[in-house]
Design a protein around this ligand. Structure first.
Ligand SMILES: Nc1ncnc2c1ncn2[C@@H]1O[C@H](COP(=O)(O)OP(=O)(O)OP(=O)(O)O)[C@@H](O)[C@H]1O
Length: 253
């Protein structure tokens, strides 16, 4: 069974944002969805997690048809939006209790997990302060802890490292790698290509709403014929190729 199977996914706003997109992600994969600004990454993820209705296509999460049975599909998925969404009037501990309650995590397990996450993300000293006074990075950390509290099988993270300082970004990368080693599947977007290079096992590059290239870093290097390139070099090469340009020209401005 696949962790995620997307077929023919499409969405247009005033112009097409995602076009006939197919993605197949196996359980235990750490997948990086990369692409220039406006490529369609967030739109794709929002359709996968059920926040945006596709114009066409299908989404299956661990075999569950996410359009026909969104509640069953969502039960297996944690979603971290690029703009962290937390309840400002709650403290981080209250927020995590609340989220754990929504997921039906038993109180003792939730409290142990919350304590560990808040320590690791350096929010423990702020555990009793309301999130409304937090910086963007602190809110991002609280939202991330919320996404991790129920041990989701599939984690979908939109720019999870934006706004985090270097030490916390390192900690978050460690936490995500641990989750994958423990069997979780992760899909993330990032513009920080050296993070993607070191963290993910497979990469999809999307441009103009279409999948331009997909594979391991070695496979993508093979496509551009440069075996010693960094992911950044490969990425810039691919989005500038005639195929990438053709896709970009059809894309919304
Ligand atoms: N709610 C919306 N209404 C109208 N257009 C939208 C909406 N959401 C996204 N778009 C458009 O769809 C296209 C894809 O946007 P999307 O946010 O998916 O890109 P992205 O790859 O996540 O970009 P970034 O890296 O800048 O976050 C863009 O042209 C964007 O302007």
């Amino acid at each position: 069974m696949t962790a995620l199977e997307v077929r023919g996914l499409a969405k247009a706003f005033d112009r097409p944002a995602v076009r006939n997109l197919d993605l197949t992600i196996a359980p235990g994969e750490f997948y990086g969805l990369l692409g220039p600004n406006g490529a369609g990454k967030t739109t794709t993820l929002r359709m996968i997690v059920g926040l945006l209705k596709p114009d066409a296509g299908s989404v299956r999460v661990f075999g569950v048809d996410a359009l026909a049975d969104p509640i069953a599909a969502k039960r297996q998925v944690a979603w971290l939006p690029d703009e962290p969404l937390i309840y400002d009037k709650l403290t981080p501990l209250e927020f995590l209790e609340f989220v754990a309650g929504l997921w039906g995590v038993p109180a003792a397990a939730a409290s142990a997990q919350a304590e560990e996450l808040l320590h690791r993300l350096e929010l423990w000293d702020h555990r009793a302060e309301r999130c409304e006074g937090f910086s963007r990075g602190m809110k991002q950390k609280a939202a991330l802890a919320g996404a991790l509290i129920h041990d989701p099988q599939l984690l979908i993270l939109d720019e999870p490292l934006t706004g985090l300082d270097a030490a916390i970004a390192r900690e978050v990368k460690d936490i995500l790698a641990e989750r994958v080693r423990a069997g979780a599947t992760i899909i993330l977007t990032t513009h920080i290509l050296d993070v993607a290079e070191r963290l993910v096992s497979r990469i999809g590059i999307i441009q103009g709403g279409r999948l331009l290239a997909e594979g391991t870093l070695a496979e993508l290097r093979g496509r551009v014929g440069r075996s010693d390139s960094t992911l950044e070099e490969v990425f810039l090469d691919l989005v500038a190729t005639p195929a990438g340009q053709a896709v970009a020209e059809q894309a919304p401005a």
